[in-house]
Design a protein around this ligand. Sequence first.
Ligand code: ZN
Ligand code: ZN
Length: 83
Amino acid sequence: MIRYEDECVGCTSMGLRCIGRSCRNRHVPHYCCDKCGVEGKLFHFNDDELCAECIIEELNTETSEYEYDEYDVSEEFARVEGS
Ligand SMILES: [Zn+2]
Ligand SMILES: [Zn+2]
């Protein structure tokens, strides 16, 4: 997500004429992770913008939720040998 922050440093005090609402410093974009809110380098993951750590976390939970089909190999061998 993009979070805009007011970072106007008081343009008038620096001898500049602050143009108020459209002051560039009042809308400084900060790119934040959709999940943990940490600001930094983000990656698109599904429809979210996540930081690397959250993507790793997402991947880990996805693989752990994945259900494998249990396949009993020993049973299959026994059947082949018996026929
Ligand atoms: Zn300003
Ligand atoms: Zn994150």
